[in-house]
Design a protein around this ligand. Structure first.
Ligand SMILES: [Zn+2]
Length: 300
């Protein structure tokens, strides 16, 4: 927890120790970009799908039946389409699933596991974990882990926080849970070890970025000005450039998508063409987040 004696002071009055302590709580430590990937591959690809479904509405206490039907589309149409494409392409992926989504759609989760994919933690009801009291946050992460384990038979080893953010307690909770990796932070393009208060934790970060997230380009709010502003073809172009440079760098290309966002008739081509492009290169290793984390953890 932060214990800033002067936390009520204006930031420009903070003593140096104060802003240093705040920044150092959670920090990128050593780079975990390996010299080579398994099989001598030059680049790793980790595709993830955040199966938020109805929790996008429930997390804020929403009652919109229309928005919950949009969530159901994610499970009913989006996930089957995604699984079919992954099966055809022989690519493993990771699905981050809020426990409430898993309870609403347990057969979906068992199907994901049966096809060789990974399921990771994504909160209880997609709560904004970064603003929760520590005891609530801990209890929800633990309960979510137990729930996913009961449904799938496999205990998750990685977490993507629902808010893509940490509270001051999140990293300590992940350490208590013995997690292998986190995938919520943004201090690099490539994997790194997370440091806590300057001390290496052994936890692998597989970094995300809003650039590599379908939702930021396509989200829409009927009653506000929020509208999709980027053409699907342009989104494909951005994702492809991110991959091409990761390939040049010998790094990791990690992409976050959502079944209720990418899973539409007019959008699935983005993922299809991207996969075709990536599979046309030699030396690309497609892996779950877990397998990427296991490989780079050997560098620690
Ligand atoms: Zn989410």
């Amino acid at each position: 927890m932060t214990n800033d004696a002067a936390s009520n002071e204006e930031p420009w009055r903070w003593p140096e120790a104060q802003w240093r302590r705040r920044v150092n709580q959670v920090r990128a430590g050593r780079s975990l970009r390996p010299a080579s990937w398994p099989g001598g591959a030059r680049c790793a690809v980790a595709l993830s799908f955040d199966s938020d479904h109805d929790t996008n509405e429930l997390r804020d206490g929403g009652r919109s039946i229309g928005r919950m039907s949009w969530g159901q589309y994610g499970s009913r149409v989006g996930v089957p389409r995604i699984l079919q494409l992954l099966r055809r392409s022989r690519i493993p992926a990771t699905f981050f699933v809020p426990a409430v989504s898993a309870l609403l759609y347990p057969d979906e989760q068992r199907g994901v596991i049966a096809e060789g994919h990974e399921i990771g933690l994504h909160g209880w009801i997609h709560e904004l974990n970064s603003i929760l009291p520590e005891s609530d946050e801990r209890e929800l992460h633990l309960r979510a882990s137990d729930t996913l384990t009961e449904i799938t038979g496999i205990r998750p080893v990685g977490m993507r926080t629902p808010s893509w953010d940490f509270s001051p307690a999140t990293l300590s909770i992940q350490r208590e849970m013995g997690l292998l990796y986190d995938s919520s932070l943004m201090a690099d393009d490539d994997p790194y070890e997370i440091n806590q208060d300057g001390v290496p934790t052994g936890i692998v970060e597989l970094p995300v970025e809003w650039i590599r997230d379908d939702a930021v380009y396509f989200n829409m709010n009927r009653f506000q000005a929020l509208r999709p502003y980027t053409a699907p073809t342009s989104v494909l172009d951005i994702f492809r450039r991110e991959f091409d440079q990761a390939y040049q760098d010998g790094g990791l290309f990690l992409l976050t998508m959502h079944p209720h966002v990418i899973g539409y008739r007019s959008r699935m081509f983005i993922l299809e063409e991207l996969i075709r492009h990536m599979q046309a290169q030699t030396g690309v290793w497609f892996a779950t987040h877990r397998d990427v984390a296991l490989h780079v953890k050997a560098l620690i």
